[in-house]
Design a protein around this ligand. Structure first.
Ligand code: ADP
Ligand code: MG
Length: 322
């Protein structure tokens, strides 16, 4: 686990977003921190359905933080709350230093949000689409040409500036949607399943784009229901299922936390193979010593079976759909 040590979580129900008197100790917990997002006990209730359940998370500044979970897990619900579009039933958050419920304007100035579905803009060209959003963010009109050119170059859509938005391919629309989220040069990007529906090449290009954005100093919170999409580029991963956060940390720390130790496959001279569970490197040495010295067996191959996050994800989420 990286040091996303969270302050003690207040009891659920202690915090009521609609009560102005948020407990002082909670406010204290949410004061300046290295985390660009601090979510505390966020819960969203739709009637009897708990779409998000006591969701507490810190997103370190500068990270590419992936939220992974099956469809219906609550990813979009969490992102909508952080992006100021939905009020939590319970809980509180700081996004870029501001409260998304009571200081939505402050949050929106510093955060760019890419929703999971792009609206329809039948009559707009790609350049007009970005100008439209630049206007919405009150970017001065004389800055539009340079801004739009720069963004289109960044997302590799400069040749499409005069094409109609609706004529773009899925991958191009996703890149345009990302450019749109950046018209006001936000420090934080919240991207809801940006790679869904992309072919493998488009996905790789998208990933490279996100890494370039990280190099520019942006923090990126991204979701996916396909772990392989996130595994290689994310510095941090959180796994969510049925509204509940199951694990958070670096990809490796999640494997360590939840991986039930490691497994090794041993091949013997008689042609048989066996698998063993071990906890760490010392366990590996101990296993080898026992097999060779105590059991007097002739080992010809001894290999650790790599645990990838995909396998682990399937193991720790049970595919609960609510
Ligand atoms: N406006 C809504 N009204 C009722 N239920 C909703 C609403 N939005 C989402 N849900 C439900 O909340 C759960 C979480 O949804 P969502 O956050 O969209 O999950 P994900 O983005 O991980 O697929 C799902 O069961 C979904 O059907
Ligand atoms: Mg979603």
């Amino acid at each position: 686990m990286t040091d996303h040590q969270l302050p003690p979580a207040p009891e659920l129900g202690e915090i009521d977003m609609f009560d102005a008197s948020v407990p002082a100790d909670l406010e204290a917990h949410l004061q300046p921190s290295d985390a660009i997002i601090q979510a505390r006990n966020l819960t969203k209730q739709y009637g009897p359905l708990t779409a998000l359940n006591d969701f507490t998370l810190d997103v370190p500044r500068g990270s590419i933080f992936g939220i992974i979970g099956p469809n219906g897990a609550g990813k979009s619900t969490a992102f909508s709350i952080l992006a100021t579009l939905l009020e939590p039933t319970v809980g509180s958050a700081r996004v870029c230093g501001a409260n998304p419920v009571t200081q939505a304007r402050e949050v929106r100035k510093k955060m760019g949000y890419m929703p999971d579905v792009m609206g329809v803009y039948e009559r707009l060209t790609v350049a007009e689409y970005l100008q439209f959003h630049a206007a919405a963010y009150k970017v001065p009109r004389n800055e539009w040409p340079e801004l739009v050119d720069g963004l289109l170059q960044l997302v590799d859509l400069d040749v499409k500036a005069t094409s109609l938005v609706d004529r773009l391919s899925r991958g191009m629309k996703q890149r345009l949607s990302l450019a749109r989220a950046m018209v006001h040069d936000p420090e934080l990007l919240i991207l809801d399943e940006p790679a869904s529906g992309l072919d493998p090449r488009a996905r790789i290009e998208f990933r490279e784009l996100l890494v370039a954005l990280q190099d520019m100093g942006k923090t990126i919170l991204i979701s996916s229901h396909i772990l392989a999409e996130l595994q290689q580029m994310c510095t941090d991963i959180a796994v969510i299922e049925a509204g509940t956060l199951l694990a958070a940390g670096t990809p490796q720390s999640i494997i360590d936390q939840l991986g039930n130790g490691r497994r090794v496959k041993v091949s013997f001279a008689d042609g048989t193979t066996e698998e063993f569970s071990i906890t760490d490197l010392a366990g590996q040495a101990e296993l080898l010593r026992r097999l060779v010295i105590e059991d007097d067996r002739e080992v010809v191959e001894f290999a650790e079976i790599s645990t990838d996050l995909e396998g682990l994800f399937l193991q720790i989420t049970q595919g609960i759909v609510q």
